[in-house]
Structure formats: C-alpha cells, structure tokens
Design a protein around this ligand. Structure first.
Ligand SMILES: *Cc1c(COP(=O)(O)O)cnc(C)c1O
Length: 420
C-alpha cells in the first residue's frame, strides 16, 4: 500500500487523505483496493506455482462487507464464515455458497440448518458433540472436515494463539478426540469425512510451525490409516503493524511448506491432498488506514500529553484488548519539532488508548487529522456502539476514484431496535 507525503500532505493510494476525510467525515476507514487484490494474488501465485490442487479462502471475520465480498469473488477466493451473519452477508453479496466453508466452535442448530439449506461447501467440525447435531439436521450427504489441534505452541499473543493443547478450539490429536471424531463421522448417516483443518494462531512471522504441524499430522494420519482429500492449514500470516513486526514470508514460506507436504506424501505413499489456506489479516490489515480528527489536548506538565481523537475503542479495540501497537502519522507535516504524546479515544474507559508514546508534531492542535496505519483487519469488524458511538464509514480507493462501501451509522440506526 502506498502512503507518502507530497508537499507535506499525506497521500494514501494516490489520494490526498485530508481531502478524503473532508468528503466522508471522520473517523473514517480508507482501503487501498489494489493492495488487497495484490495480496490475494500473491497467495494464488505461490500456490499455483507449486502445481498442486489448492484454494485460498478468506477469513470473513477480518473484514467483510458486501463491497469486500465482491472483490473476493472477482479474485477467485473462497470464504470462511463462523456465523449466520457472516454467511448472510456473503450470500447477499452474491457469493457462491459452494465456495463457502462454515467454521466455529459453537454452531447453533439455526445456523447449521441455514447453512445446509443454502448449500455451503462444507462444515468444519470443532467438537465431537457437533457431529450428531449436524447429522440430525441434515437430510442429504454433507461434507465435513474436522478441526484438529495439532498441539503446536506458537510465538504470538495468548489471545490469538489457538493451536496449542489447552484451547477452546479443535479436537486434540493427543487425547484421542480427533480420532473419535473421525470414527463418529464415519458411523453417521449423512456426514462425509473430507479431511483436516487447523489454525495455529495469528500474526505468525515464521513458517516453521506450519512445517511442524505437517509432520505431526502425517504421523497421525499414518498411525490411524486415515485418508484425506482436503488439508486446510488455516491462516494467521503475520503483517506489519509497526516497524518491529516481521511479515510472514508468503513466497518463501509456501515454497517450503508445500515442498514439505509433497515430501511427506511421498514418504507415506499418499496422494497430495487439496491444500487450503485461510488468510485474513494478511489480505486486509495493511490495506487500510483509519483517519481521526483531533479534539481536546490535555497537557499534564512534566508528565504527559493526551491527544484525544473523535473515535476510540469503538472502532479500535485491538490496543485495549491485546495491547496491539500501531503507527500514527499526522495528515499534514509541519516544521515544528516532535514530541511524545498519548493518542487516546473519546470513550469512557482509561484503557481507551490508540497509542502510547507516539511521536507527533509538538504544535498538534484541535482539528488536525491523525492517520493510524494497518487498520484494515479486525477494526471495522470488531467495531461496537459502546457509548452509543456511531460505527465509522468505510471507503475503498481504486482506479476509478473513491467509493464509499459502508455508510457511517446514523443516530436513528442506534435506536432502531429499541422498544418503548
Ligand atoms: C482467524 C482465523 C483465520 C484468519 O486469521 P488471520 O490472522 O486474520 O489470518 C483463519 N482461519 C481460522 C480458523 C481463524 O479462526
């Protein structure tokens, strides 16, 4: 994504960010559409070069709106959903149900029936008790994968690490739950076992855990003589939030991972399965920035300076939730020297912080615009109405110009479901 100053004014994807914010208001989430397409193509390119059957499935939860889903369809992506709401959104955007996979550790009967009626491609079974539930609701054959827990500890934040033994997600290879699930599926009336899924965690910057997971999985498959058609390795490919982050090396990583897969298939004399991956943040996170307007500035002499903006944890929860760090830039550069400030939101929580000790011009003042980088994943999708804040507007910048893809919420919408 391109972000650069031209005559001291920040340009994003070739547009003047101040002008965009003036047109659509703040807080505003602005996406570079070309960057998202570029990331989707990188995954396609590296996998197609490996000459194996594969598909790339986008994890809806990172950011999904009708406009986003249209782009996914155009770029030959498949889609993961974990709720009836994500499925409904995808179907409303015209996404093919046979390219949609239904995940989640607690699918409700209503969600399962809805997904069955709309013909999703497969379900990813997350627990043994779910097998009987889906079987009882189905009237024809349903393809399923099982989500296994390969028992790989990864180096990331505890709340986004998922592939370790003690997790709410997945069926353990070690305790025997995964094996029990396969047997239960094989004994069911309607479920057809297609393969395995795992997701090791998120924001991973190295490929070693993926290689290690393959070794464990093939060992397990061999020990229990289980055949698979599909192997879904999940997502979690790391991106750059700040200069301290190392992005996942997509090209080199998949070259090594798929070579390992081929080698294991040869070693165990098995056909190469259809490979699936599920990137979320690596498609959208770096594709967007959030633009805020500065309001109150509070200086505590000799201690600190708080710069408040017109959004906060209602559209930027990752910092309060996991202490996630972001880079913050002024929309206009000045000649003034810099100083460290805390950029905070306007919501009623001391934890409503966007960034601590951020270097910004000393003469920053009410009305200036601040731009937070890498906010394209888990920002709009995690937005809330806390403090009755309005969810922000979202725009895409593309070759044709600027396209609004989500309108700012209105005051009427805030109370539309309230009953007096
Ligand atoms: C969250 C999630 C993803 C995507 O994770 P990213 O870090 O956004 O790439 C993929 N698969 C599953 C099962 C997930 O839960």
């Amino acid at each position: 994504m391109s972000l650069e100053y031209l005559n001291n004014r920040l340009q994003f994807a070739g547009q003047d960010i101040t002008a965009v914010a003036e047109e659509f208001g703040t807080p505003l989430i602005v996406y570079d559409e070309a960057y998202m397409r570029h990331q989707m193509r990188r995954f396609h390119n590296v996998l197609s070069l490996k000459d194996i059957p594969y598909s790339v499935s986008y994890a809806s939860k990172a950011f999904s709106t009708l406009g986003m889903i249209q782009i996914l369809e155009e770029e030959n992506m498949e889609l993961d959903v974990v709720s009836i709401g994500e499925l409904y959104t995808a179907l409303k955007a015209g996404f093919e149900p046979e390219d949609i996979h239904f995940h989640g550790n607690n699918k409700t009967p209503e969600e399962i029936s809805y997904a069955l009626n709309h013909g999703v491609k497969f379900f990813v079974i997350d627990s043994v008790d779910e097998i009987g539930l889906i079987d009882s609701l189905a009237s024809e054959t349903v393809d399923v994968l099982i989500r296994i827990n390969p028992g790989i500890d990864v180096d990331t934040h505890e709340f986004i690490s998922t592939g370790q033994e003690d997790s709410k997600f997945g069926l353990s290879l070690i305790t025997g739950d995964a094996l029990k699930a396969v047997k239960t599926i094989n004994d069911s009336r309607h479920l057809n076992f297609k393969g395995l899924h795992y997701h090791l965690g998120s924001q991973l910057s190295v490929y070693a855990p993926f290689v290690n997971a393959l070794i464990r999985v093939f060992d397990w498959l061999d020990a229990h003589e289980i055949e698979i058609d599909i192997l879904n390795m999940g997502g979690g490919y790391g991106i750059v939030y700040t200069e301290e982050d190392i992005p996942f090396p997509i090209e080199e990583g998949f070259d090594v991972i798929i070579d390992k897969l081929k080698q294991l298939c040869e070693q165990y004399e098995r056909p190469v399965p259809h490979v699936m991956i599920e990137p979320g943040r690596s498609i959208t996170a770096e594709a967007a920035v959030t633009v805020y307007k500065v309001g109150t500035i509070k200086t505590i002499p000799g201690v600190s300076k708080y710069v408040s903006v017109d959004g906060g944890m209602s559209d930027h929860i990752r910092t309060p939730l996991y202490g996630a760090e972001y880079e913050i830039l002024p929309a206009e550069l000045t000649d003034d020297e810099n100083q460290e400030v805390h950029v905070v939101g306007k919501l009623c929580e001391s934890g409503d912080i966007i960034g601590k000790n951020k270097v910004l011009p000393k003469n920053i003042k009410r009305g200036d615009l601040l731009v937070v980088k890498s906010t394209g994943a888990y920002h709009y999708s995690m937005a809330s109405n806390y403090n009755q804040m309005l969810k922000p507007a979202v725009v895409f910048i593309n070759e044709e110009g600027i396209k609004e893809v989500v309108k700012r919420q209105s005051l009427e919408q805030l109370i539309q479901n309230d009953i007096l």
